[in-house]
Design a protein around this ligand. Structure first.
Ligand code: UT7
Length: 329
């Protein structure tokens, strides 16, 4: 079996910053509460008139440059998002058109905060089977488009961003995506969702009046499940491969809440410097958190070829997953 390795990576965040101080003027909240309960200080907001594909394109183009891959060489584009530009066509096909990947086909994956791991796992199969040579995976979300900025329970949490990777076959069997464990538990769907706009509750005056086009989250319940779910699924993959904390160069977890990340890192006995945290600057950007974290680590020289990297996520669905890889570039 041929492994898939990441040969290109990049991310994009909008320049517009929304700070905790700004939010204090919008809802009954304060910087101290937000920082102590979530670890978030600010987040980025994409301007009106631009959709998720705008960010996905910029991240994708940069990732292709890093990989030295031309858009027309791509076989497949998989986009993880819960905020597609529109219901259809898929954001993947929109990105395909905008970057000129005329020989690829594209598909969206809705795995919420675990979306990037789901999408990467799916893309990996096409490389491992030998069917495809060059696959682009994008994790991108414009969460501000579905956030109610009068609801202090949710509006402090989310931000907009995109991350992208290029996957290619690995000549070295030790390098690349080594394994993943993916799960979902649909009984958790009632704790985190957006009701309106789908076939069950198509948009109308009533759905708008009832604010059904915004995120609803029972934060306390999701928090409990997330702490347990993230820890369990990361422990499972670490035990399966007999990986010691010393062997892990970097743990890149989904950035939903610093307290969830800290709890998972404690369970894994990982020192602080081995855990990527950027939630303070970007908040929860759903499918973008993991590729963006990896991309930052790469551009800062924090990860080198051969380093063992652990990824983990938990999100709406519930969905959860973990992945181990050896860095290639
Ligand atoms: O990425 C997808 C998965 N999502 C997650 O993993 C998110 C999981 N959940 C969380 O991260 C946390 O539950 C939150 C950050 C959303 C909330 O933190 P919490 O510590 O669970 O707070 P809480 O909801 O239990 O609220 C505690 C108090 C409440 O007041 P009372 O009832 O104790 O008087 C809230 O009304 O804090 C109040 N509160 C706020 N106060 C100031 C809620 N939001 C705010 C706010 N500012 N923004």
């Amino acid at each position: 079996m041929q492994r898939a390795k990441i040969t290109g990576i990049a991310h994009y965040v909008p320049s517009n910053v929304l700070t905790n101080k700004d939010l204090e003027k919008m809802v009954d909240t304060n910087d101290e509460w937000i920082v102590s309960r979530t670890g978030i200080k600010e987040r980025r907001i994409l301007e009106k008139g631009k959709g998720t594909s705008y960010m996905g394109v910029l991240a994708a183009q940069r990732a292709l440059e890093v990989a030295g891959v031309k858009p027309e060489e791509l076989d497949l584009i998989v986009v993880a998002t819960v905020t597609p530009d529109m219901m259809f066509p898929s954001t993947a096909t929109i990105i395909q058109d905008k970057i000129g990947a005329k020989n690829a086909w594209g598909v969206d994956v809705n795995g919420a905060c675990t979306g990037f791991l789901y999408a990467t796992a799916m893309a990996t199969q096409f490389i491992e089977s030998g069917r495809y040579k060059k696959v682009l995976v994008v994790g991108a979300d414009k969460m501000s488009a579905i956030t109610d900025y009068t609801d202090r329970n949710t509006c402090i949490l989310f931000g907009d961003a995109a991350g992208a990777i290029v996957l290619e076959p690995s000549e070295d069997p030790e390098i690349g995506i080594l394994d993943f464990i993916l799960k979902s538990d649909g009984s958790g769907g009632k704790y985190l969702y957006m009701l309106g706009g789908g076939s069950l509750h198509p948009a109308n005056h009533e759905t708008v009046e009832k604010k059904m086009h915004y995120i609803y989250q029972d934060g306390r319940t999701v928090f409990k499940f997330a702490v347990e779910g993230m820890a369990k699924i990361t422990e499972e993959i670490v035990k399966k491969h007999n990986i010691s904390p010393e062997e892990i160069k970097l743990f890149v977890p989904h950035q939903a809440n610093k307290r969830i990340i800290d709890a998972t890192a404690r369970r894994l006995k990982l020192d602080e410097e081995k855990v990527l945290i950027n939630i303070d600057r970007y908040g929860n950007t759903t499918a973008a958190t993991i590729p963006m974290g990896l991309s930052e680590a790469f551009s800062e020289g924090r990860i080198k070829p051969g380093d063992l990297i652990l990824l983990a996520a938990f999100g709406a669905g519930f969905t959860f997953g973990s992945m181990v890889l050896r860095w290639a570039i």
